[in-house]
Write a protein that binds this ligand. Structure first.
Ligand SMILES: Nc1ncnc2c1ncn2[C@@H]1O[C@H](COP(=O)(O)OP(=O)(O)OP(=O)(O)O)[C@@H](O)[C@H]1O
Ligand SMILES: N[C@@H](CCO)C(=O)O
Length: 319
């Protein structure tokens, strides 16, 4: 579960005195998520999410993340809108952490998205990319090809404890991907972590996008490659080209891919698989066994990476 920081009723009350959101009725920790502490708060004025920022989110990045959510909301994206305090602040302090309040979005994330869900999510990604245009702040992708080396070095010595041959897979893939990483593709604001758990659905339609804490400026097609990894593999890690085809086709209706983006898809997909393999492996090797949060299995991503290594052309993704 993801509640690292406890908030007492007294602390909550004094925090809420700084906002015009009514009196608290219900306040519950949310089990999902691994990065931050999240609470559901029901007040006399409606439902809210209270987030306390833990280790991975840098406080200096908050103006980008929170400003982006305001920009996207103003441009038609259903995403959490930061609720400003009476003084106009986007965030404040609570229980020794920086904290922010957000509007609550209805909808549920899907454990087993089907082809139609993949298409709806692909369309939502294109809409997000279009809506992000014009956002003034910039944030570099800290987990792009030039940020992987540190994780590779930290993980390599113990990688084979997790899976035989994993060290060799990471080393060769890292060398190959960084040497051939595409530059000059169309760029803008990307989500960079649009997994099924970050897309809410209601009646088969996307009702909201959440968890923008990896959002940054990078190649749009990289965001699509992240989604091919996260949405288009079955639980046994078989690639489902029908889902991929639906996701890409729906994306292209909202934003057409250039020839260069299409050609770059296989290497972007390898890079995206390596990125999630590395962060999962790092967390797996370094997690506190007493912590309640279970790290995600890195082997799901070593298997995806092995699949992408064999892909010879974008047509294998249904393009
Ligand atoms: N604005 C919102 N409206 C409704 N539910 C939300 C909202 N924000 C967060 N949630 C709920 O809280 C959970 C955790 O949120 P989030 O994914 O942002 O946390 P995280 O700790 O950053 O997780 P992750 O491991 O995905 O990075 C979500 O799965 C969702 O159930
Ligand atoms: N989506 C990431 C978790 C961090 O947001 C993963 O599944 O590895």
């Amino acid at each position: 579960m993801a509640v690292y920081t406890d908030v007492s009723f007294e602390e909550l009350e004094s925090f809420l005195a700084g906002y015009d959101i009514g009196a608290p009725l219900t306040f519950k920790g949310i089990a999902e998520g691994v990065e931050n502490s999240n609470y559901f708060l029901q007040t006399t004025k409606g439902g809210f999410i209270l987030t306390l920022y833990e280790k991975r989110v840098k406080v200096e990045d908050l103006p980008f993340f929170l400003g982006l959510l305001e920009h996207l909301s103003a441009n038609g994206i259903a995403c959490p809108l930061p609720v400003r305090s009476l003084e106009g602040a986007q965030s404040s302090r609570l229980s020794g952490r920086t904290a922010a309040l957000f509007t609550f979005l209805n909808g549920l994330s899907l454990r087993k998205p089907d082809g139609a869900h993949c298409a709806a999510a692909g369309a939502a990604l294109a809409k997000l990319h279009e809506a992000g245009k014009g956002f003034a702040l910039k944030r570099k992708n800290a987990l792009s090809y030039d940020g992987w080396r540190e994780l590779v070095e930290a993980c390599l010595p113990r990688a084979d404890e997790v899976e035989q041959g994993l060290g060799e897979l990471i080393r060769t893939a890292h060398d190959e991907i960084t040497a051939n990483w595409p530059v000059g593709l169309p760029q803008g604001v990307i989500h960079a972590d649009l997994f099924p758990d970050n897309v809410l659905f209601m009646n088969g339609q996307v009702s909201g996008l959440i968890d923008f804490y990896f959002a940054c400026n990078d190649a749009y097609a990289y965001d699509l490659a992240v989604m091919l990894n996260a949405w288009c593999f079955e639980p046994d890690v078989a690639f489902n080209v029908t889902k991929s085809k639906s996701l890409i086709a729906a994306y292209c209706k909202g934003r057409e891919l250039t020839k260069e983006e299409r050609e770059a898809l296989p290497i972007l997909a390898r890079g995206a698989a390596l990125r999630f393999l590395l962060t999962r492996l790092y967390d797996w090797l370094n997690h506190d066994p007493n912590a309640l949060v279970r790290p995600k299995d890195p082997r799901e991503y070593s298997r995806r990476l092995r699949f992408h290594k064999k892909v010879r052309s974008s047509s294998e993704y249904g393009l």
